[in-house]
Design a protein around this ligand. Structure first.
Ligand SMILES: [Fe+2]
Length: 415
């Protein structure tokens, strides 16, 4: 297997209201498509991913399955996520909870805030597809709810699932836990011990959590909901002793792809968008998106990168469906893996393109990436930086399509 593919959804916030009514918490509802029967995000997602890829290897959900721990919402989305994974022939469905999945307000249960979650998903976080026998997942389930993290391997893929809302509803009143995530010192130690005890070699290491381990605020935004202990978590992953890591989280509804700070092996962090929380939600200023993460093992090997691949994103147009993303949120395609200097890559690219004889008037972008495949491993802002240097310092003019993706590079006659 040279490509390993993950479908990533997050922050679904399943409600029980008519999803076509303005200002319901989510476009995903226990009412399905609603009385008007208009297009529904989950079935539309299955169709779109099937059409594009046929199958995926894993389906991942980064928490906030429902809105304010609604039992019917948890039940409904549990079956819907299984349907997604089954339809896409994924070998495993990995589901963690967010803060919204814990009934810390005791609205539906007087004494067990996680009871409904465990009842609806008795095999979470690692749900085998098809799921006739859940016995293999029960040890992980018990570990996840007792120690707040669990690890499982699937051939060359290792996945750690963390409950960053484990202490939600607890703590002293002056430091309300519901305002932020947490990975406690005991959890950090348990994670380190697990990783130390595992001598396997993995092509892909995924850490899945709900809250962001690294601040994901806009300039001037006041929000301290990030995971307490997040920096210590990232330091463990950066140590280099446990391989190279790709972190997937939700919570902020703000899609973003970046490298964590670090010294040895800074993890890649994908901040997933909300799949379906309505934009009217003040928390949710970004578009609704889902993502498909592809780890390209051949590309990484050929470039001697620790990992390389892409994050493709689709945005939701209410009443119409999913479309490859354009200007908001994550772009339709973002790369990861290239950690060099944009300037040196731009200089190398320009030299290659200008050295061809006879001179070309333009290059298709696919030709450029075929000549220098590392371009496919650039994160969005790095790609823009490379394009800017190509244009301003080397006279090469990027041409863009309607989604603002670069599709050509023009070479001026005097270039
Ligand atoms: Fe959320």
């Amino acid at each position: 297997m040279t490509k390993i593919r993950f479908l990533v959804v997050s922050d679904i916030h399943t409600c029980d209201e008519d999803p076509t009514t303005f200002k319901t918490p989510s476009y995903v509802s226990t009412q399905g498509a609603g009385p008007s029967g208009s297009v529904e995000p989950i079935s539309a997602l299955i169709k779109e991913v099937k059409r594009e890829f046929g199958t995926v290897d894993f389906v991942v959900c980064a928490g906030d399955l429902t809105q304010q721990a609604l039992p019917a919402g948890i039940n409904y989305i549990a079956s819907q996520l299984r349907l997604v994974a089954t339809n896409l022939k994924a070998q495993n469905l990995i589901v963690i909870n967010g803060n919204h999945d814990v009934d810390s307000r005791y609205k539906f249960n007087n004494f067990d805030p996680r009871g409904q979650l465990r009842q609806s998903l008795p095999d979470m976080p690692f749900i085998s597809i098809p799921d006739e026998d859940i016995s293999g997942s029960r040890v992980n389930h018990l570990e996840y709810f007792a120690e707040h993290l669990s690890m499982r391997t699937f051939g060359s893929v290792r996945i750690v699932a963390i409950d960053s809302a484990a202490f939600h509803g607890a703590g002293k009143p002056e430091t309300p836990e519901y305002l932020h995530g947490r990975i406690s010192p005991i959890m950090l130690r348990a994670l380190e011990e697990k990783l130390q005890a595992d001598n396997g070699q993995y092509d892909v290491n995924i850490l899945l959590c709900h809250h962001h381990p690294l601040n994901n605020n806009l300039p001037g935004e006041i929000d301290s909901s990030e995971m307490d202990g997040g920096s210590a978590l990232l330091e463990i992953l950066d140590s280099g002793g446990f391989g190279d890591w790709f972190v997937i989280h939700g919570h902020k509804h703000r899609p973003r792809l970046r490298y964590a700070p670090g010294e040895v092996a800074p993890p890649v962090i994908l901040s997933a968008a909300s799949l379906s929380a309505q934009l009217a939600d003040a928390q949710n200023r970004s578009p609704n998106q889902f993502h498909v993460v592809t780890f390209d093992l051949d590309l990484a090997k050929s470039l001697s990168f620790s990992m390389a691949g892409s994050v493709q994103s689709w945005s939701w147009v209410p009443g119409s469906g999913w479309y490859p993303a354009s200007t908001d949120g994550l772009p339709s395609r973002a790369g990861f893996g290239f950690r060099g200097e944009p300037r040196s890559l731009a200089t190398k690219l320009a030299a290659t393109l200008k050295s061809v004889s006879p001179p070309r008037a333009f290059w298709e972008w696919a030709e450029v990436t075929a000549l220098h495949p590392e371009v496919n491993a650039l994160m969005p802002k790095s790609l823009e930086q490379v394009l800017s240097i190509l244009e301003n310092e080397h006279g090469l003019q990027p041409g863009r399509n309607s989604r603002q993706e670069v599709c050509q590079l023009g070479v001026p006659s005097n270039g």
